[in-house]
Design a protein around this ligand. Structure first.
Ligand code: ADP
Ligand code: ADP
Length: 226
């Protein structure tokens, strides 16, 4: 089954400076369980495409389906990991990872236990009572991933999740996050301008051409390279 089906999607931003074609005629499919990386230069429309698939922006043209359903707005089936961690500085790590469930009115004992188990898998149990400012950037990104996985999304959207981290931390996290998402049988769509990261974290790389973004080429990544 297809997790994502993007059919003929184009998008034009209109503001006081005029109209700007950000994406042109995008076709792409992501199968359930696949890890797909979208690469392309800054400004080619990667974030716009993710936002459209997530239901945050309505495309000017074309259709999007998520798990067979037409996208008509944001859905809890999508989880996010972004460049910034957006942790609440005045809450402990434990409270930060439970906040998503709390907001959704789903903070049951079982879900709480699951969230704490994820924190343990990420090697952060000892920091449950710490505040975000006491953690390194890489640790905070791991917390951000736990927070989103705790709500049990079916697909993860990772938008430049490592671009604020140093090189060593980034390499460690790529591996840990890839393995964790695989273990929990998630589908993932990674946006990055870093081709090495795209290869390390996906089984298929979709290259977008700049101005306006169109699908330039798709490359399958053999497991031996990833
Ligand atoms: P990236 O996705 O590459 O990290 P951004 O999405 O923050 O970068 O911005 C990419 C470009 O889009 C920027 O050059 C900025 O000028 C433009 N942009 C982003 N948001 C707006 C907006 N609300 N109005 C006009 N231009 C915007
Ligand atoms: P990427 O994520 O690949 O860097 P974006 O999707 O952020 O690209 O942006 C694609 C293009 O659309 C860019 O040229 C950017 O300047 C423009 N853009 C992005 N957001 C807005 C916006 N809100 N209003 C106007 N233009 C925008």
């Amino acid at each position: 089954a297809n997790a994502v089906e993007v059919h003929n999607v184009s998008h034009v931003y209109v503001n006081e400076h005029g109209a700007k074609l950000a994406l042109g005629q995008i076709q792409l499919n992501v199968e359930a369980g696949e890890f797909v990386a979208l690469v392309g230069p800054s400004g080619c429309g990667k974030t716009t495409l993710l936002s459209i698939i997530a239901g945050l922006i309505e495309p000017s043209e074309g259709t999007v389906r998520l798990f067979g359903q037409p996208v008509a707005g944001p859905t809890p089936r999508v989880g996010y990991m972004l460049q910034q961690d957006y942790l609440f500085p005045w809450r402990t790590i434990r409270d930060n990872i439970l906040i998503g469930l709390e907001v959704m009115g789903q903070l049951t004992p079982i879900k709480r236990e699951y969230a704490l188990q994820l924190l343990d898998e990420m090697g952060l149990s000892a920091h449950a009572g710490s505040y975000p400012s006491e953690l390194s950037g890489g640790m905070r990104q791991r917390v951000a991933l736990v927070r989103t996985l705790a709500t049990e999304p079916d697909i993860l959207f990772l938008d430049e999740p490592f671009s604020a981290l140093d090189f060593q931390t980034k390499l460690q996290l790529e591996n840990l996050i890839y393995e964790t998402l695989r273990k929990h049988r998630k589908t993932a769509l990674l946006v990055t301008h870093d081709i090495a990261e795209a290869i390390a974290m996906s089984n298929r790389v979709i290259i977008l051409a700049p101005n306006p973004g169109t699908v330039y080429q798709e490359v399958d990544i053999p497991a031996s390279l990833a």
